[in-house]
Design a protein around this ligand. Structure first.
Ligand code: FAD
Length: 288
C-alpha cells in the first residue's frame, strides 16, 4: 500500500494553555511533512485575529504551507476580502472558503446585509483575485440544509465551477459513505480532488454529539464498541484501530490524500499516520 499524503486541521488557541497545546500539536505533526496545516475560523468570525496570528506563527515555525479557514458570517463582503488580503500579506495564500454556520443556533443562514450570500459568492470573489488556492467543504452525508444528495452534489459542483481547487469532506464513520459520495460526484461531472476529512475519535461522547449536530450518521455497533472499550480503558486503542482501518480502506480504494481533524490533540492522528506508513521526516526545531 502506498502511503497517503496527509494534512492536519488545528484550531486557534484562546488561552496560554491552549497555545502550548497547539505548539505541541505542531511539533508532533510537522515532522510528518504534511501537505499543509489548516487553521479554523471560529463560529461567527470570532477568531479572526487568532486565526491570522496562528496561521502566521505556524507557517513561520514549520516552514510548511498553511491554509486559513474563512467564513462569510457576520461580515460585509469588503471586510471578508480584507481578512483574505491580510492572510495573503503574511504568505498564507491557501484558504478554506466556507459559508459558515448560522449565527446563534438559528436554523437557517441569514447573510450580513452587505455580505456574501453563500459560499459560491465567496469562492467567486476570492478566485477573481487570483491570489489563492481555494479549498471548500463537502458533505458525504448531505449537509443538514441540503434537500437531498443530488442537490448536495450539485452545490459542490457549483463551488468547483466558481473556482475551488479541492474539497475537504465532513468526517464520517464508514468508508462506504465516502465512496458512494465520490461516485455520485464523479457521475455529476466533478473531476477535482475530494479529500476525505478524518476524525480520530479522542472522546467518543463529544464525537457522537458533534456527529449528530453536523448530520454524520453513527453506526449502532460503534456505540456498543465504545461502551466496552471505555469500560476496559481501551478507548484510544479502539479509536486508533478503527480509524486506521478506515483510512487503509480509503487508500486501497485509490484515495491519495487524507485530511485529519486533530482537535489540537496529535497523539491519535500521529498513531494512525504511523500505521499508514506516514513517518517523521524532520523535526519542527530543524526548520524553526
Ligand atoms: P455550503 O456547502 O455552501 O452550504 C451547505 C449546504 O447548504 C449545501 O450542501 C447546500 O445544499 C445548501 N446551500 C447553501 N447555500 C445554498 C444556495 N444558495 N443554494 C442552494 N443550496 C445551498 N465552520 C466554521 O465556522 N469555521 C471553520 O473553520 C469551519 N471549517 C470547516 C472545514 C470543513 C472541511 C468543513 C466540511 C466544514 C467546516 N465548517 C467550519 C463548518 C461549515 O461552516 C458548516 O458546515 C456550514 O453550515 C456550511 O458551510 P459550507 O461553506 O460548507 O456551506
Amino acid at each position: 500500500m502506498t502511503s497517503p499524503a496527509v494534512s492536519f486541521e488545528v484550531f486557534p488557541p484562546k488561552s496560554v494553555d491552549a497555545s502550548f497545546r497547539l505548539w505541541d500539536t505542531a511539533q508532533a505533526l510537522a515532522p510528518l511533512a504534511p501537505r499543509f496545516f489548516s487553521v479554523t475560523y471560529g463560529a461567527g468570525g470570532s477568531t479572526r485575529d487568532l486565526t491570522h496570528d496562528s496561521a502566521h506563527v505556524l507557517r513561520r515555525t514549520s516552514g510548511l504551507p498553511v491554509a486559513a479557514h474563512l467564513t462569510c458570517v457576520g461580515a460585509s463582503k469588503a471586510e471578508t476580502l480584507e481578512v483574505a488580503d491580510s492572510f495573503a500579506e503574511i504568505g498564507v495564500t491557501d484558504i478554506v472558503a466556507l459559508r459558515g454556520d448560522p449565527e446563534n443556533g438559528a436554523p437557517t443562514f441569514t447573510p450580513h446585509a452587505d455580505g456574501f450570500a453563500d459560499s459560491v459568492e465567496l469562492i467567486e470573489a476570492l478566485a477573481k483575485t487570483g491570489k489563492f488556492t481555494l479549498r471548500v467543504g463537502a458533505y458525504p452525508e448531505p449537509h443538514p440544509e441540503s434537500h437531498d444528495q443530488a442537490q448536495n452534489v450539485e452545490w459542490l459542483k457549483r463551488k468547483f465551477d466558481a473556482g475551488a481547487d479541492e474539497a475537504i469532506t465532513q468526517f464520517f464513520f464508514e468508508t462506504e459513505t465516502f465512496l458512494r459520495f465520490r461516485d455520485a460526484c464523479a457521475a455529476a461531472g466533478i473531476t477535482k480532488t475530494i479529500t476525505p476529512g478524518i476524525m480520530p475519535v479522542t472522546n467518543w461522547k463529544s464525537a457522537r454529539n458533534f456527529a449528530t449536530r453536523c448530520g454524520a450518521s453513527v453506526p449502532a455497533a460503534l456505540d456498543e464498541a465504545y461502551a466496552a472499550a471505555i469500560r476496559d480503558d481501551r478507548h484510544d486503542l479502539l479509536s486508533t484501530a478503527l480509524c486506521t482501518e478506515m483510512c487503509s480502506e480509503l487508500v486501497s480504494e485509490g484515495v491519495e490524500n487524507l485530511h485529519f481533524y486533530t482537535l489540537n490533540r496529535p497523539e491519535l492522528t500521529r498513531a494512525v499516520c504511523r500505521a499508514l506508513g506516514v513517518t517523521a521526516q524532520t523535526s519542527l526545531s530543524d526548520v524553526a
